[in-house]
Design a protein. Structure first.
Length: 202
């Protein structure tokens, strides 16, 4: 019964030649962990759940105020968008190599939205050593930044980071459009993740 419901839910994606049944199956088999209790993380997790990622995880950093209902919010959003995705919320992690590595080991793809340079560095080094796909998205002074890499056997160095921004002076932080930047960055991250899982790009 669940296979019929699953096939119905993703029938439009399965009909796309670029995705097909095999591609949708790869998305279902994938596990993506997202770190950071940010608006970008909420949009990203919701988008990935709706696209058919089978396992999603969310974790926050310990000691950040206002996180108490964050996992409930994420779980509700994922549940309303896709009842098939298995969601694991928690824990709140310490910023230590051991804590981050233990959490990241559970996922095929690891995404950091925390904006912390220390976390980005620790997770990036762990994922590079373990051959996992790593992406990080953050907003700094109105510009959105995305770092994406995975070391492949035939590729001596990781894929380069990409900066998404207007290239203009970033002093317009009061602009109403700046509120859209985390959501737009989440959309680009989702595209990078899905493209990688479906075999496009690096």
């Amino acid at each position: 019964m669940i296979q019929v419901a699953w096939a119905e839910r993703y029938s439009r994606q399965i009909l796309l030649p670029e995705v097909g049944g095999q591609g949708q199956g790869r998305l279902w088999d994938a596990g993506v962990g997202v770190l950071g209790s940010t608006p970008m993380a909420v949009v990203l997790l919701d988008t990935l759940a709706r696209s058919g990622i089978g396992r999603l995880g969310a974790a926050g950093l310990g000691g950040v105020p206002g996180q108490s209902g964050w996992y409930d919010l994420i779980g509700d959003r994922i549940g309303s968008g896709n009842r098939h995705t298995r969601f694991a919320g928690g824990p709140f992690l310490d910023v230590s190599p051991e804590s981050l590595a233990q959490w990241a080991a559970s996922w095929d793809t690891v995404v950091d939205t925390s904006g912390s340079l220390t976390v980005r560095s620790l997770l990036g080094h762990f994922c590079l050593a373990e051959g996992k796909r790593f992406l990080s998205g953050w907003v700094s002074q109105g510009d959105a930044w995305i770092l994406s890499f995975r070391r492949l056997p035939d590729q001596p160095s990781p894929c380069p980071g990409v900066r998404h921004g207007s290239g203009q002076e970033t002093r317009w932080s009061a602009s109403p459009l700046n509120a859209l930047v985390p959501g737009l960055t989440a959309a680009v991250l989702a595209d990078e993740i899905l493209s990688g899982l479906l075999g496009f790009g690096c």
